[in-house]
Design a protein around this ligand. Structure first.
Ligand code: GLA
Length: 683
């Protein structure tokens, strides 16, 4: 195996200025409170060990109550108080929600849905990022913020807008339509090239000028799939363009201050291609909320954190928001259980976060989020939530040595936003396929075994991985397919699942048989897809079953690993393996049941020689290692073993070193109480 590339020393990387150790804090919305409360806030932040807060995110209307009338006094006061209290500030551009005077004067900035419904003011994010008018106002506000506070001693980081695309990932307004046409002209050059890419010979869709092209607004029947895909690409790019416009102003005025925006990297956010945003963020910041209804919500959390690290290209990242307890926007908003807030926080740290932030500091008493938990709840400081807030501050101080250390994984899980969009388009062999369910089925098996994975884009450098998992990569470019094949040739075990490699980036089928781009790598050719009906299952020759998807697959160099034991495809291969160069390439042409998938994952890990972080971690216990390499500024190579006990029983886990949370020595094993956590600095 080749060594992972050497990265710049941790302290050379952009990071919130002046923040020591692990950053700790949350969104701070002092404009909702009287001055006396703000005084108390700083005292309580100090008590909790808070060292970074995000300020001004939704402050535009309070800073500019009427066009051109600026009221800076309250924000000056807040920043001065925070500075006096030793607390650094991630200052927002204040542009995440336009003030009412703006949308009244310029209703054309409002976004529209596919059916022409206008999204009106009265909540937040009621703007179109394609609106030149809105852009001008947002840029002006950003410049004012930068000019006023660019040299404020509390300023540590710029926070552009907020969760761009959270409520309005797609805008179908006339401004968006015009921007879409410009984007298409840039992408294709000529309308003939667009016609070719969009396959407009079908259903009389041929365009003779870009002026005829629209976003995929509400249509009769199925919209052109490539038009839908390009609109998704455009919409993600358009949000990024808006970020860049504001970021460029900040860079111009305050080149020394790093800039970010908070992403939503999880299985719940589909429409922003965050891998393509990464290069524009000085530091990656993520917001994550546990799915309260999911008993394995901590597995999805781990995936989100591994994806954040993937987008950050392995560098430490900021957990910009999560919740101390319940949120307000799920069907039933479960409060967190014993130790859950600490475990959730440290699960992010274990997987590369060097900052733990919350939405929000003080629980609101008015507005739509008043039942959303916060670091300081309605009931005040005599509460378990507040005690957890204080405890977390102590824990993060004890974890200061972890800062800048890295996670190394032997497994890459390929994740691709455009492939997600394309896989879930309509008029496919089945509508029951959910991309993230397929990804999570594989991720979960790795999690259950205590194997750490990097979640990376398929075009990433896969050279350092022993196992590369490629679930449902329906659309893939030639270049990405070549990278995956190269990983197998160089010695990795590669596993590709069904409905992969089928189309190119224009959603045109790769002819000659499925799985198109991966046929040669996998040594198979499928002639026809046989989707299964809702209750239908097939049995495989090892006695396990499969559902959703089957294919009439022929071997063209590969050997069968499993075959169908019944059904119309009885006797044909369901799982195959092909020797490729120094490695191998497996094809999983159906969706195995849990036992079937578990067995396959064991075989794949065995072949690839991938071991869990510690041998056989107890069920429900998450074990992840961060490492500080010898290139780190203090020159000391060391590991930090995070052990997170998600069960109601105490456990012993193999470890040697010092538990940074208790100071206890672990000699061969560490004791972790029910619902508890240990972080062992390894000798
Ligand atoms: C998002 C937003 C916050 C807040 C939280 C609530 O993350 O960025 O402003 O609304 O959700 O969970």
């Amino acid at each position: 195996m080749t060594e992972q590339p050497t990265r710049p020393a941790p302290d050379a990387r952009p990071w919130p200025l002046g923040v020591e150790g692990i950053a700790y804090g949350g969104d701070y919305n002092p404009e909702q409170w009287p001055v006396a409360t703000r005084v108390e806030d700083v005292e309580l932040m100090q008590r909790a060990g808070v060292n970074l807060v995000s300020v001004g995110i939704f402050s535009w209307a309070m800073l500019e109550p009427r066009e051109g009338e600026l009221d800076w006094g309250w924000l000056d006061d807040v920043l001065d108080r925070l500075h006096a209290g030793g607390i650094r500030v991630a200052l927002a551009t204040a542009t995440a929600s336009p003030p009412p005077w703006l949308t009244r004067a310029h209703p054309e900035v409002l976004p529209e849905l596919a059916d022409g419904t206008v999204l009106w003011p009265g909540a937040r994010q009621a703007y179109s990022v394609s609106s030149p008018v809105f852009r001008e106002y947002a840029v002006r506000m950003t410049r004012r913020m930068a000019e006023r506070y660019g040299s404020h001693p509390a300023l540590a980081l710029w926070h552009v807008d907020n969760e761009l695309g959270c409520h309005v990932p797609h805008d179908f307004s006339d401004d968006a339509a015009a921007a879409f046409r410009r984007w298409l002209e840039h992408r294709y050059g000529t309308v003939e090239a667009l016609d070719e890419a969009w396959g407009t010979a079908f259903w009389s869709q041929r365009y003779s000028t870009f002026d005829e092209v629209l976003p995929p607004r509400q249509v009769p029947g199925f919209a052109n799939p490539t038009q839908q895909l390009d609109f998704a690409r455009f919409s993600s790019d358009e949000l990024l363009t808006h970020y860049r416009a504001l970021r460029d102003v900040l860079r111009e005025v305050t080149p020394h201050v790093p800039t970010t925006t908070n992403l939503m990297l999880s299985t719940g956010t589909k429409w922003m291609d965050y891998f393509s945003w990464a290069d524009d963020l000085d530091v990656v910041a993520n917001d994550h909320y546990v799915r309260a209804h999911d008993p394995e919500g901590h597995v999805e959390l781990a995936f989100s954190a591994d994806l954040s690290r993937g987008v950050a290209d392995g560098r430490p990242w900021i957990l910009m928001e999560h919740s101390t307890s319940a949120v307000n926007w799920q069907e039933r908003n479960r409060a967190k259980g014993p130790g859950e807030m600490l475990r959730n926080s440290l699960a992010h740290v274990a997987r590369g976060a060097d900052a733990v932030m919350f939405f929000q500091w003080r629980q609101s008493r008015a507005g739509a989020e008043k039942f959303h938990s916060a670091m300081l709840p309605h009931a005040g400081t005599d509460t378990d939530v507040w005690r957890s807030t204080v405890r977390l501050g102590e824990v993060l101080r004890a974890l200061a040595p972890v800062r800048g250390s890295e996670v190394r994984a032997d497994v890459a899980l390929c994740f691709d936003y455009p492939a997600w969009w394309a896989a879930e388009l309509d008029s496919h062999p089945t509508q029951a396929l959910r991309y993230t369910d397929e990804v999570m089925a594989w991720y979960r098996q790795l999690w259950l075994r205590g194997v750490t994975a990097d979640v990376v884009r398929p075009g990433a450098d896969l050279g350092a991985y022993r196992l590369v998992v490629v679930p449902v990569l329906y659309s893939v470019t030639d270049a990405d397919a070549a990278r995956i094949a190269a990983a197998a040739r160089a010695g990795a075990t590669v596993v590709v699942t069904y409905f992969s490699g089928i189309v190119d980036e224009h959603d045109h089928v790769r002819l000659g048989g499925y799985p198109g781009a991966f046929r040669e790598l996998l040594g198979v050719r499928s002639e026809e897809i046989f989707p299964l009906l809702a209750a239908e299952r097939v049995t495989l020759d090892d006695g396990t079953t499969a559902d959703l998807w089957t294919e009439k697959t022929h071997l063209e160099g590969a050997v069968p690993v499993r075959t169908y034991a019944d059904g119309v495809l009885a006797g044909l291969p369901a799982v195959t393996r092909n020797d490729v160069g120094q490695g191998s390439a497996w094809y999983v042409a159906t969706r195995p049941d849990e036992l079937g998938l578990a067995r396959l994952v064991d075989e794949l890990l065995g072949e690839a020689g991938v071991l869990p972080t510690v041998p056989a971690p107890p069920p429900g216990v998450e074990v992840v290692r961060r490492r500080r390499t010898a290139e780190a500024p203090d020159g000391a190579a060391t590991g930090f073993l995070f052990v997170l006990n998600h069960t109601a029983e105490a456990v012993e886990v193999a470890a040697t070193g010092t538990d940074l949370l208790t100071g206890a020595e672990a000699r061969g094993s560490v004791h972790v109480p029910a619902h508890g956590v240990a972080v062992v600095q390894e000798a």
